[in-house]
Each structure stands twice: as C-alpha cells, then as structure tokens.
Design a protein around this ligand. Sequence first.
Ligand code: DI6
Ligand code: FE
Length: 405
Amino acid sequence: MKQTVWHHLQLCAHGDPHDTIADAAIAVQDGRIEWLGAAQELPAAYRGWPREDLAGAWVTPGLVECHTHLVYGGQRADEFAQRLAGVSYEEIARRGGGIVSTVRATRAADENTLLRTAAARLEPLIAEGVTAIEIKSGYGLDLETERKMLRVARQLGERYPVAVYTTFLGAHALPPDYAGRADDYIDEVCNRMLPALADEGLVDAVDVFCERIGFSIAQSERVFEAAARRNLPVKMHAEQLSNSGGAALAARYRALSADHLEFLDEAGVAAMKEAGTVAVLLPGAYYFIRETQLPPLDLLRRYAVPIAISTDSNPGTSPATSLLLMMNMAATLFRMTVPEILQGVTRDAAAALGKQHVHGVLETGRHADFAVWSVESLAELAYWIGRPLCARVVRAGQTVYAGRT
Ligand code: DI6
Ligand code: FE
C-alpha cells in the first residue's frame, strides 16, 4: 500500500484563489486522496505516513485541457508564410491549402508517425500541469483515417500519465471527394462512421463545426441526432466566424460545451445557461486568425455560464501547445479575471468534458492529480508570458514530471 502525506504546501483545491489554505497537507493512499486540509488538523491516522515536503509551493488541481486537435499529419507553416505575404485564405484554399492539406497529410501518415508527432505536442502540455485532455478526430474525413486518429488518441492515454477523452469530429469539414454533396457526407458521418467508431469504443463525445464554411444547423442537428442514438454526449464549434444559432442548437441537445463563441448572442447565452452547457473560449484561435470580435464575456458573466479556456491546438488556426499562454491571452485579450481563468482550466474545463466529478477539483476520494507551481502568487499563472512555471506534476499520487523549482 502506497501512503504519502504531501505537506508544506499552499492549497488551492477548487481552482479558486479566494478559497485557499496557507499551510496545508494532502494524505494520499494508492493514488487517491484520503484527506486534505490545514496541516495542523492532519488526523493522527496519517501522521506516521512517509512525507513529501513541497517547500511552501502552491498546489492546484491538475489542469484540464478540454479542446484539442492534437493528432494530425504535417503542419501549415508555409500556408502561414503565404498569408503573411498577402495571399488570401480563398487563394490558399484554391491552391489546396487549409484543412484539406492537413487531411491529405493525415491520411498519408501511419499511426506511428501520428503518435510521435502528437506526443511532441502533448509533452509540453503535461509539463505545464495538464493531467486530463480532450483529443478530437476530424482530419481524416473518412472512416479509416478517423479511426486511425482516434486509435492514436487512445494510445497517447495509454503511454502518457494523462487521462485522454476522445471526440469524434467527422463533421469538421467537407472532404474533396464529397465536393458539393454535404448532405451525402453527413449521411456517411451519421450512418457509417459514427456507429462503427462508437462500436469500437473509440468515441467519448461527438463534435461538429457549425459555421458557414462548415456545416449548417440542419446538418449539425443530424449529427447530434446520430450521437443521441448512441447515447453519446455532444459539443460544438459554434459562432466562431458568424452567428448561425449553433450554440442554441447545442443547448437544445444539452451539449457539454459550445466552443469559440466570438459571435454568440444573448439568446444563445440564455439557452446555454438553461442547458448547463459550458462556454469554451479559445484565445489562441482568436489571436492567430487576428479576429476582432470578442466573445460576449459580460453576457456569459451576467447569466453565470461556466467558462473554460483551452488551446484549440490545431495546425490551421491555433498551432499552440501552451495552456499557460492561453491563460495569459484570456486575461490580456478577453479581460477574464484570475479566478475565472484558474477555474477555466480546472473545474469548468472538467465540466466541459462532463468529468466534473473526476477532474478539476481536489477532494477526498478522487485521484491525487495535482500541479505544483514555482510561483509566489497564483496570479502569476496568468501573468507570465511563455515562462515555465510548473515545478512538479503528480498523477494518481505519483510524480510524473519534475520541472524547475
Ligand atoms: N475551427 C477552427 O478554428 C479549426 N477547426 C474549426 O472547426 C480550424 C482547423 C484548421 O484550420 O486546421
Ligand atoms: Fe477546434
């Protein structure tokens, strides 16, 4: 039986910097939290256990990264360079760039290549304290490659000390072989791809890109109906470039989350509140495509809609692998507060995955998944730009990463 008392730490157990314990201890047995609280109140039963001294460091729940496209082939740096040289999105798409170029590269890559390249994007996230992560498909757009992507996502969870939750995003873009036949492709997604991948245990949730350049409300609803037939939760890329009413549709299907939301309106916010749908904000995509429309923070606050933050790590609009940088962008670009940001990468990000009972908060009975920080103030987690701040990552009571202290 592995017993440890972690002590000499400052504890932020709920991701709320107003709810902390200055001199705390966490008793862990076989990877689960037996007790946590003020060190002076440590029950006698735990006082003889072996100790780990954290030298007064801040401890938060392990971070939850709730929206990534981590698995894909190739990269799109040359496309980025073309855009800087003045070539338009439309011209790049005409030249075969955009999502389609990543689809080609993903179809051509074998599983080992996808695993290796995705791992290189996962490791920096783990080094920043991430202990749970969502990974989408969506660059295969055919059954074989969507399966390959989701298998790689599952393998990442087997090989790395991080809980991986997969999302089927077959409705990410229209593959070239279905040009002009979007409804036929949605048939393929709903009637063949999703059932097969769900039967193989590869799908934890289903997502759709509801947008003018993505899929319509009607097509998105068909994907949600197919997910409902398999009792799978849904989420949506919604209102990223325009207001199509996607968030309200997502709320009607009690979606776990609606993501991006720059063009979200009050009707959508109210519907999300009523449904308990989490707003996932993606400052990396906002920044990288130089968007100017801010998500409606005031409306989300007024309706008390939970707000999560994520990298949206993807090769086209957010080639990011730092959740800490997203926390700084959420502050500087979206004007979110430190408490909102900390809860946005712990408690509310866990809720965006429907895993609020497992991740995002430290309490007795849960896995001892926590991050140890080399900071004097928790505000530093949103303050520094691109600085390593994580001293240690503990997953199920075991140190799985040790950084600079
Ligand atoms: N919204 C986005 O920003 C990404 N997908 C989506 O639905 C873009 C993906 C890409 O450009 O590769
Ligand atoms: Fe995305």
